[in-house]
Write a protein that binds this ligand. Structure first.
Ligand SMILES: *[C@@H]1O[C@H](CO)[C@@H](O)[C@H](O)[C@H]1NC(C)=O
Ligand SMILES: *[C@@H]1O[C@H](CO)[C@@H](O)[C@H](O)[C@H]1NC(C)=O
Ligand SMILES: CC(=O)N[C@H]1CO[C@H](CO)[C@@H](O)[C@@H]1O
Length: 294
């Protein structure tokens, strides 16, 4: 092995690249070409998930648009198809990820329609506050456990055979908030930490099958334009931009670029990683950041 390696280096250095060697430079140039790939993004009927699915479509992949709202799914699918260089038609699946049968159906339809799965992005998410001593705590805890931990894990498990075949990759969307304790967010923080640990454990367990598993943690991300007639929205947007070293709120496309990078051949040696895409906000997050009233 060592000798082969040394020989390859010597060959490259002396300028006689053997023609059977893969062209590493060409591979990097083409790393954003997803022709022939299939990407399934949960929560892709709006927000960050919508932008992720559109970017994959624009880069040539066949995509699955899924969520709970049929009309939104149809709109996103149409816009994604318009972006596709070959006008590939997305698969549209209405699914509630907390229902096992619907998860199963989502996977089955994906593989039946496209014959494979290369990229699985877990982006469905909920956001709720609950103080630990409040009556609502356990109800909130159970919702997070079900939507945030159990269903993404179940989906990865069900997708494993298809991903093993394609040597595919999984990207789970977390949040920069998991980097700092936040008041009234115990259930949320536990869910994010659980899945960040799951990313690392699954990276180890699935590595022998050639599957990479990574997390992307967005900072504050603006999925809808700021409501300029609402002084609270304006003040909040300014507060977040001010707290962000790069001076602006994140956009869904910032997150989508990170996801595409993690699933590209440029990241072929990256697994079990948490890519934070937050403009540096994590350095200025204090424990009351989310509960501040503006
Ligand atoms: C949590 O408790 C604090 C302090 O009593 C209160 O100000 C806040 O509104 C509560 N948050 C929620 C989500 O109930
Ligand atoms: C924007 O804010 C105003 C004032 O609070 C509110 O009446 C309006 O419904 C908001 N518009 C949207 C699109 O949310
Ligand atoms: C830490 C992490 O990656 N968590 C996310 C995984 O995906 C689910 C949705 O399927 C999110 O809710 C988690 O936040």
């Amino acid at each position: 092995m060592f000798i082969v390696y040394v020989l390859a280096v010597v060959t490259l250095v002396s300028g006689h690249v053997i023609s059977s060697e893969p062209d590493i430079y060409q591979e990097v140039r083409e790393s954003r070409n997803f022709d022939g790939k299939v990407a399934l993004v949960t929560g892709s009927n709006s927000g960050i998930g919508e932008q992720i699915v559109k970017l994959y479509s624009a880069l040539g992949a066949s995509v699955v648009v899924t969520g709970r709202k049929e009309a939104d799914i149809a709109r996103v699918a149409k816009e994604a198809q318009a972006l596709s260089p070959k006008k590939l038609k997305p698969l549209e699946v209405v699914a509630d990820l907390t229902v096992s049968d619907e998860l199963e159906n989502l996977l089955k339809q994906t593989v039946q329609t496209f014959g494979k799965l290369d990229v699985l992005v877990n982006d469905a998410d909920i956001f709720m506050f609950a103080n630990f001593t409040a009556d609502t705590f356990w109800k909130t805890f159970d919702s997070f456990e079900s939507i945030g931990v159990r269903s993404p894990l179940h989906l990865i498990q069900m997708a494993a055979p298809a991903l093993i075949k394609s040597k595919g990759t999984v990207i789970n969307i977390s949040s920069v908030l998991s980097q700092r304790p936040q008041k009234a967010m115990l259930a949320y923080e536990l869910q994010k930490q659980a899945l960040e640990m799951a990313t690392k454990v699954l990276a180890l367990e699935l590595a022998p099958f050639g599957i990479r598993v990574n997390t992307l943690s967005p900072g504050a991300t603006q999925s809808h334009p700021v409501n300029t007639t609402n002084p609270h929205s304006v003040a909040n947007a300014k507060r977040i931009a001010d707290a962000t070293p790069l001076g602006r709120v994140g956009l869904p496309i910032d997150m989508a670029k990170g996801v595409v990078f993690l699933s590209s051949t440029d990241a072929s040696f990256i697994t079990g990683h948490n890519l934070v895409v937050d403009g540096g906000l994590r350095f200025n997050l204090d424990s009351g950041f989310m509960t501040v009233k503006v």
